[in-house]
Design a protein. Sequence first.
Length: 202
Amino acid sequence: MLEQFLNSKPLYYDKIDYTAMPKIWESVKHYFSLPKIIHIIGTNGKGSTGRFLAEYLYGSGFSCGHFSSPHIKRFNERFWKNANEATDTLLEEAHKKLISILPKAFRESISYFEYSALLAAVLFEDSDYAIFEAGLGGEYDATNVFKKELSFYTKVYNLNLKNFKKITIGKHRGYYRVAIELDGQYLYNLKKIADGFKITLK
């Protein structure tokens, strides 16, 4: 099962091997037929930029997937496709396919994030577009192995708050995610989380 497999994987390498993910992808890429990929890198604003773009593409009539990290409550949150999170069933099916094509040595050595990125590649194969949000790897990030149509670099330090009604900030594993409510609509909806707090603007 996917959950058991992921629980056996390290979140980070003790020693970073920059060649690991390129080698893994090289061994399996011939099994994939990927859509047009948009890659988002940077410090802040990757998640919201990716989701805005995914919503726009989906609203424009395209099938679109969005891979982001980290998740807040459920692993499924990392995989958004056509306005829905990936279901447990879809994730298990993607896991079965991926584990069947991944060489044994890589099944053992692959990290949690690398495997997540490959799961997204499986899930989004039949989409028109797939948006991949980089993790912490920068140039060597696992999401950087895919051939890209377009890359975005985000560098967001300040928000102009005067037009926003509410900001919900959630903390998870030392990271923050932000949901902005504008005219009654959440641009990125965190739902309710135990560690969250809200700032209501006058």
